[in-house]
Design a protein around this ligand. Sequence first.
Ligand code: ZN
Length: 287
Amino acid sequence: MAVFITVLCLCVVSGLAGYIVWRSRWGYPSRSVPAVLAYHKVTRFEFGGTWVTPGRFASQIDALVDAGYSFIDETGFLDVLDGTRETAEREVLLTFDDGYRELLDSAIPALEKRGIPALIFLIRGFAGRENGWDLNLPGRRCRHLGWDEVSDLVRRGFTFGSHSVTHRDLTRLSGEELVHELSDSRNEIERRISCEVRSFSYPFGRTNQRIERAAAGAGYRAAFTLCPDRRATDVERYCLRREGVYVIDTVATLKCRLGRRGLFWFEDLKGRAINAVAVLTPILKGE
Ligand SMILES: [Zn+2]
């Protein structure tokens, strides 16, 4: 019994300390813009935590719809940022990083069936190729969407942003390399799909003010990270927060994050911890 009480006290004290640090450093995000969800792989099983199964993805979407959430498209989201439209209660922008081909058989049918829009971020240099940049299960490589598939999805109403050329950590690149990752990816995707590319997603969510200025200079209208390292009350269009959805997430944790109050702080710390591990990908691959 004494051990139980000791462990309980330690949990309460460390939780309280975590909350105080979190509140003083980041705090609750502004609710003046819609919340943004960031999915990666929608697949049966994978290495790491940035994936959900197709069944769980569909059940999460259904649960959010049942709870009164509506899904906004990229244009609507940008209109809110521009101040030409006010966000409604419980609006969500759905995004996918990396543009995996498997989405065609998993997330895309589920979204089309429900009439839900999505913004998909492509890695220009890996379009139609296997994901040599990522860690996978041994012997497994996942293919990215090819240009013909992307063009077909544009015709079906999905929008696309850039996720760089090579998916490197942009904070480690020179000015010239940074321009290449930001501008060349945008120009090539626009040329391939004949649509303006307005949004950028920082690889591994890694950014800083130098990169944000470069994203603005490259002509993007918005850029997304995962865990902004600044006060969450400030809405900065080149450092927009998203809620990463991971294999351990449930409908309850998603609702907590989208609600941006209450136990949101605990979920935010959890997301930051997972993202800190994901950032190690290039190091683990020896790059
Ligand atoms: Zn990525």
